[in-house]
Write a protein that binds this ligand. Structure first.
Ligand code: PNS
Length: 184
C-alpha cells in the first residue's frame, strides 16, 4: 500500500483498476499512546485491534510535558522492532490533537486499552472530549488479556529502575533498553 491506491478491487468487468484510497472503504483505526516504553499489554491490544480493522496506526504522542524516559525516536524504534512487521500495523508519531491526527489519517476510530475501573474515569473523559471535538471519530475500548491488567509502562519502569526482572512484561529489546537506561 505505498502508491496511494487500495490493492483490492474486484471488477465485474474482469479486469482490475486501482481505486484511490480516499474513495476506498478502508477501515483504519488509530491506537495512540505514550508507549514509554511499549509493553506486552500494548502488543496484546494491537493484536486484537488489527483483527477488527484493515489498518491500525500505532501513534506515538510526542508528549514532551510528560517527560518520558525514552525519547520519541527511541519509543518509535522499540515499536518498530516489536510491532513494525505485523501485517496491517503501521507505526507513526503525532503531536497536537489526537482527533486532528485521526482526521488527517482518514481514521474513523481510536483504540484504547482498558485495564480496570481505575482507568475508566480518565478514559471516559478523554473519549467524550474527543467525541465533542470530532463526532466522526469513535473511541473503542479493548480489554487486554487478564494477565496484563496490572501491567503499565510506569510500573515496568519502576521495577526496572529498582533492578527487578521485567522480562515477562516487555519484549526482549525493551527489557534490554530499560536495563541500558538504568545501568547508566
Ligand atoms: O499512553 P497514554 O499516555 O495514556 O496516552 C495518552 C494520549 C497520548 C493518547 C493522550 O494524551 C492524547 O490523546 N494526547 C494528544 C492530545 C489530545 O488530543 N488531547 C485531548 C484528549 S482529550
Amino acid at each position: 500500500m505505498t502508491n496511494g491506491f487500495a490493492p483490492l478491487n474486484h471488477s465485474p468487468f474482469g479486469f482490475h483498476f486501482p481505486i484511490p484510497l480516499r474513495f476506498s472503504r478502508m477501515r483504519r483505526a488509530i491506537y495512540p499512546g505514550s508507549f514509554d516504553p511499549v509493553t506486552n499489554r500494548h502488543l496484546d491490544v494491537i493484536e486484537r485491534a488489527r483483527k477488527l480493522f484493515d489498518e491500525v496506526v500505532v501513534a506515538v504522542a510526542h508528549n514532551d510535558e510528560k517527560q518520558p524516559l525514552f525519547s520519541l525516536e527511541q519509543r518509535l524504534d522499540l515499536l518498530r522492532e516489536t510491532a513494525g512487521r505485523i501485517e496491517n500495523v503501521r507505526i507513526a508519531e503525532f503531536s497536537g490533537l489526537l482527533v486532528e491526527f485521526a482526521r488527517a489519517q482518514n481514521a474513523g476510530a481510536v483504540i484504547r486499552g482498558l485495564r480496570a475501573v481505575s482507568d475508566f474515569e480518565f478514559e471516559f473523559q478523554m473519549a467524550l472530549m474527543n467525541r465533542n471535538l470530532n463526532a466522526a471519530v469513535e473511541t473503542i475500548f479493548l480489554m487486554p488479556k487478564e494477565e496484563y491488567t496490572y501491567l503499565s509502562s510506569r510500573i515496568v519502569k519502576e521495577i526496572a529502575r529498582l533492578g527487578g526482572n521485567v522480562s515477562t512484561f516487555v519484549p526482549g529489546c525493551v527489557a534490554k533498553a530499560l536495563s541500558g537506561k538504568f545501568s547508566q
